[in-house]
Write a protein that binds this ligand. Structure first.
Ligand code: C2E
Ligand code: CA
Ligand code: CA
Ligand code: CA
Length: 279
């Protein structure tokens, strides 16, 4: 569990330590070390076609394989990496690794897109598009399968620069999706102006299916908005049969969630690809 201290310092309270010692570990230098010592890894969560149950794409999600503390999920360290700017080199590492893994995934038959998360902070690097372009060339990444997942905050950081980056990368065949859709501030005009091909329905709305009629209405609205704007749509965080049935009834084409599979390591994902139907 990360706890915010003063200013830029954060700490983790290690459950396995003696609680009275309040053993604090400052994460920022630890993150640098983790990057240099290759302690990060990527997990993959399938995107499932709600008609056939087949895997159609995946999302890459970073994990920190800490030598003593085990597997650490990104909510603990991505916000710190964003604040310190370390997200820039970490983000390039993610793209490089995703590009490498994509070769094995396509060889094993993966279809659809591989979603890679891009933080709004990464756009603060003026060379973002050029650097990604270089990585794509160096790694010979199949851009027709590459999709960057952006949140609505990214689009607001510096509209002109963000749009330029998106256009440069879009020209290479890369697609963009809007992550956590519905929780931010996107306007309809932005959806038209920017090259966004997919909306990802935030899991908080999916969680309300069967519980809250407003959430159900929002899910319904996002799906029809996507259809009307000729964009693809993916529901996130599908956990229950009831949520699944609701989404299938609305003809939502794709979904991710624990109902199908949590994010898993590459080898486990490669095995999942052998399964004909995840429904
Ligand atoms: P996100 O992009 O919205 O990713 C979806 C999160 O929902 C993931 O958490 C995933 O494990 C989780 N999830 C998947 N299915 C379910 C479900 O059925 N129910 C629930 N409750 N959760 C589900 P994770 O892997 O812990 O990642 C958290 C966030 O960290 C991500 O949210 C994303 O914002 C960020 N992140 C992860 N990897 C990267 C990365 O490589 N780069 C950047 N910049 N951010 C990343
Ligand atoms: Ca995402
Ligand atoms: Ca999301
Ligand atoms: Ca999120």
């Amino acid at each position: 569990r990360a706890k915010r201290l003063r200013g830029h310092s954060y700490a983790i309270f290690d459950d396995r330590q003696d609680h009275t010692s309040h053993h604090l570990i400052d994460l920022e230098p630890e993150l640098w070390k983790a990057l240099q010592q290759q302690e990060f890894t990527l997990f993959y969560q399938p995107r499932v076609c709600l008609r056939s149950g087949e895997i159609c794409g995946a999302e890459a999600l970073i994990r920190w394989q800490h030598p003593e503390r085990g597997l650490i999920t990104p909510d603990t360290f991505i916000p710190i990496a964003e604040r310190s700017g370390l997200i820039v080199p970490i983000g390039y590492w993610v793209i490089e690794r995703a590009g490498r893994d994509l070769k094995r995934l396509t060889a094993a038959g993966l279809q659809g897109h591989l979603g890679v998360n891009l933080s709004f902070r990464q756009f603060q690097d003026g060379y973002l598009a050029n650097t990604i372009e270089r990585l794509i060339q160096q790694q010979d990444i199949n851009t027709s399968m590459l999709e960057f997942e952006l949140t609505e905050t990214a689009l607001f950081s510096d509209e002109h620069h963000v749009r330029q980056c998106m256009e440069t990368l879009g020209a290479l065949g890369v697609e963009f999706s809007l992550d956590d859709f519905g929780t931010g501030y996107s306007s309809f005009s932005m959806l038209q102006k920017l090259p966004i091909s997919t909306l990802k329905i935030d899991k908080s709305f999916v969680a309300g299916i069967g519980q809250n009629s407003d959430d159900e209405e929002i899910v319904r609205t996002i799906i029809s908005l996507a259809k009307n704007l000729q964009k693809k749509v993916i529901a996130e965080g599908v956990e229950t049969p009831q949520q699944l049935a609701f989404l299938q009834h609305l003809n939502c084409p794709l979904a991710q969630g624990y109902a199908f599979s949590p994010p898993v390591d590459l080898d486990t994902f490669l095995e999942l690809l052998n399964q004909p139907n995840l429904l």
